[in-house]
Design a protein around this ligand. Sequence first.
Ligand code: ADP
Length: 269
Amino acid sequence: MKPLLELTDVCYAYHSKGGETPALENISFQVRQGEFIAVVGPSGCGKSTLLSLISGLLVPESGSIWFAQRQGEENGERTNRKEPADSALREKIGYMLQKDHLFEWRTVYRNVTLGLEIQHRLNDENRAKIDKMLRDYGLERFRDARPSELSGGMRQRAALIRTLALGPELLLLDEPFSALDFQTRLAVCDDVAAILHKEKKTALLVTHDLSEAVSMADRIIILTKRPASIRKILELAFAEPDLTPLARRSTREFQEYFNLLWEEMNRNE
Ligand code: ADP
């Protein structure tokens, strides 16, 4: 089966008056439909740059990024041209960031419908989908509340619903939990994993938190320091499948994978 996303020898450097900053070197990997991939690497190595390339905000200097239009279809879209990806491709990719970017002057409902409103796609079908997500993910009572009335975890759930409302095939999560306190973070990881699993979404999570990566991912891509290349791809297998991120944390495998990851990250080469 063809992957949903395929990167082949992707290289990228930032150019400015001061010179060139190489950020990524020969990055190649594939992502299958429904997979949860974590990307870890030293701070400033190029993780966010990688997500910007996948989302089409940046274009690779060399190499290519192939993104399937729909699983099973042979034709996909390739961004190896010197121009930004077209808007149809961008709409299939959802972005979730550290800051939830909810607007205080809009209610929760009017925040989660904002993307659809902008794209002129707020029809009855999409309204029904949003109503269901608000019900399923515990925000129905707060639909007319302002974001400041929500807890940190609820805000992230609202931000996720806003992203999912646009029907993306692939979700790019850039440190989405790092602004939360530790306890909330554990709970939100569980919520987000359950939501993505239920909605059958494919996700790529950038994180500096190794335990978060081990608790959530099917595979972990470990990057070297800048310019980032792939140091190793770690495939995770737990004796008991379908554990929540929190439940994974108390398994023997969790400790083993965490130690492996720690050693890789601290290997000086
Ligand atoms: P990470 O997400 O791993 O912390 P980034 O992808 O944000 O790393 O950045 C990788 C490198 O590229 C960093 O050294 C950063 O300073 C540099 N960089 C990021 N954005 C720009 C830019 N717009 N212009 C020049 N250099 C940049």
